[in-house]
Design a protein around this ligand. Structure first.
Ligand code: MN
Length: 185
């Protein structure tokens, strides 16, 4: 991923932050009725349940991060092709407009969170979510995400979130994974 994301960022982000969420959710569901559930089931079951907010937060962060890693590859980015390009053009007018909307959502997510390209089964949408919140929790199918928590970019970009978003779109997006998600909607 270098030079767009350094090994230092990846080793903290994957090895410490993501690992922390996974360890925590495992600890929180141990011995409970959710112990055998999949992450997706845990997220859907605990969404909006104030008493199980810690379980929701850690499960959603565990899932969001696995999804985020798959959204990137070396020499990625640029414009997609095929069915995905058609759907993006239908929803946003052009790929450039999609990039603008996605960048706007990722830039303006105040504090920690995520920006997403999602499908509701009919059309595509750009949405942003705060903290651990995930479109999975309200019946949307995530197609692409970018993590805009500071830990995702601070070591490489400091406060320049917009530069990280541009590098993600220009050099890292794995459109094959996004297309696969679209095919499974
Ligand atoms: Mn993160």
């Amino acid at each position: 991923m270098a030079p767009y994301l350094s090994s230092r960022t990846l080793s903290f982000h994957y090895g410490k932050h993501h690992r922390g969420y996974i360890d925590k959710v495992n600890e929180l569901v141990k011995g409970s009725d959710l112990a055998e559930s999949s992450l997706k089931e845990i997220i859907k079951t605990t969404a909006g349940d104030e008493k199980r907010l810690a379980i929701f937060n850690n499960a959603a962060q565990a899932w969001n991060h696995t999804f985020y890693w798959k959204c990137m590859r070396p020499k990625g980015g640029g414009a997609p092709s095929g069915e995905l390009e058609k759907k993006i053009t239908a929803a946003f007018g052009s790929f450039e407009n999609f990039e603008k909307e996605f960048t706007e959502a990722a830039t303006t997510q105040f504090g920690s969170g995520w920006a997403w390209l999602t499908s509701d089964g009919k059309s595509l949408k750009v949405v942003k979510t705060g903290n651990a919140f995930t479109p999975l929790a309200y019946g949307q199918t995530p197609l692409l995400t970018i993590d805009v928590w500071e830990h995702a970019y601070y070591l490489d970009y400091q406060n320049r979130r917009k530069d990280y978003i541009a590098a993600f779109l220009d050099h890292l997006v794995n459109w094959d994974f996004v297309a696969e998600n679209l095919a499974n909607v």
